[in-house]
Write a protein that binds this ligand. Structure first.
Ligand code: NAD
Ligand code: TYD
Length: 358
């Protein structure tokens, strides 16, 4: 059977997925079919600019739905699956891990199994062309001490949160499908992303919106936890590069070369907001910072060694944090409707659950 120039993107209405879909068309040929369940984190309006564009098809649905995935593969005959769909927030995984096992583990298993059956029916030359790209995280590697070297592709998995464990389980299944069936998979393990369309449960959009609105900025623990921040469009470019040039069976670490403490991130946001939209009634926004009870099992430090993707595929991050964070702040300032539309009742309930009495 033949392949088309279509790719199937799961989770394409979420933060990174929608940036990937939007960034695809200026850079690449071929169509995209987006499969997304539209959970609280998925927002179809992220893809509004593609409405009526024949290159893009949106399909609402669950990656755990075996019949739906089989039908989509048979109908669209994609040359690749790029798998973003996941439950992605560590704090939610601590409060209620069940959905993380269902979507991240069972959902990935279902996609792999459907992909394998589809791929096995292809002619040999098409079998070689097909790709399954697993979008994973640096959190599968666990936590680094200050003096330890950054995570590389051979760092042993050591996940600490239910979220990280569910992604690690999925990555292991992906690996096994290559080893056992030779399915042409690629896995990317990326550091923390930031940029447009990120749901404001995550550190950067939560802090910037709270800072704008004169609300407390809840810093977990001592604020000295370190993350390696990557601008989302750099991540999307890395994934396109892995899809195009990566070797099946390989994993690629992707990072921003930008290790910052949470305190550095939050003070940077406060200072930029004071500069570009000062509010005399709020004064200095740093005064809104409050230290709250730490996240249970809070990983201290993540850092990515991205030499492999740089040396083998020629990718490196292009957006310094100081530039990316300004772009992100300006995007949120210019998209107040997007923000108010997603801050629904369910979002307010989450804030109550996570921050009350913290
Ligand atoms: P997100 O939570 O913003 O989006 C997830 C998307 O998946 C949403 O659109 C949601 O509706 C969809 N989804 C959830 N369950 C589904 C299901 N059962 N079936 C179909 N769709 C479903 O997440 P994100 O931050 O964009 O992350 C995307 C991927 O990248 C995830 O796999 C995550 O583990 C990985 N990742 C994220 C980061 C980060 O900093 N955000 C860093 C590294 C890797
Ligand atoms: P987050 O954006 O949830 O990403 P992850 O936990 O996947 O790295 O959090 C980034 C860091 O910010 C992490 O160390 C936890 C911290 N954090 C806070 O201090 N306060 C908050 O309200 C949130 C959501 C996160």
């Amino acid at each position: 059977m033949e392949l088309t120039d279509t790719i199937l993107v799961t989770g394409g209405a979420g933060f990174i997925g929608s940036n990937f879909v939007l960034d695809w068309f200026p850079h690449e040929d071929g169509k995209i079919v987006t499969l997304d369940k539209l959970t609280y984190a998925g927002n179809l309006s992220n893809l509004d600019s593609l409405a009526g564009d024949a290159r893009h098809t949106f399909v609402p649905g669950d990656i755990c739905d075996a019949d739906l995935v089989r039908d989509l593969l048979e109908k669209h005959r994609p040359r690749a699956i790029v798998h973003f769909a996941a439950e992605s927030h560590v704090d939610r995984s601590i409060n209620d891990p069940g959905e993380f096992i269902r979507t991240n583990v069972q959902g990935t298993f279902n996609l792999l199994e459907r992909a394998r059956r589809y791929w096995e029916e292809l002619e040999e030359r098409h079998r070689q062309q097909f790709r399954f790209v697993q979008i994973s995280t640096d959190e599968v590697y666990g936590s680094l001490r200050p003096e330890e070297p950054a995570f590389c592709e051979s760092t042993p998995y050591s996940p600490n949160s239910p979220y990280a464990a569910s992604k690690a389980a999925a990555d292991h299944l992906v690996r096994a499908y290559h080893h056992t069936y030779r399915l042409p998979v690629l896995t990317t393990n990326c550091s923390n992303n930031y940029g447009p369309y990120q749901f404001p449960e995550k550190l950067i959009p939560l802090m910037l919106l709270n800072a704008l609105e004169g609300k407390p900025l809840p810093i977990y623990g001592d604020g000295m936890n370190i993350r390696d921040w990557l601008y989302v469009q750099d991540h999307c470019a890395a994934i396109r590069c892995v899809l195009k040039k990566g070797s099946p069976g390989e994993t690629y670490n992707i990072g921003g070369r930008s290790e910052l403490t949470n305190l550095q991130v939050v003070t940077t946001i406060c200072d930029i907001l004071d500069e570009i939209c000062p509010d005399p009634s709020l004064g200095c926004r740093r005064s809104q910072m409050t230290f709250v009870r730490d996240r249970p099992g809070h990983d201290r430090r993540y850092a990515i060694d991205a030499r492999k993707i740089h040396n083998d595929l020629g990718w490196s991050p292009q957006t310094p944090f100081e530039q990316g964070i300004r772009q992100t702040i300006l995007w949120y300032l210019g998209h107040r409707h997007w923000v108010s539309d997603i801050r629904t009742g369910a979002y307010q309930e989450w804030l109550q659950l996570n921050y009350r009495g913290r």
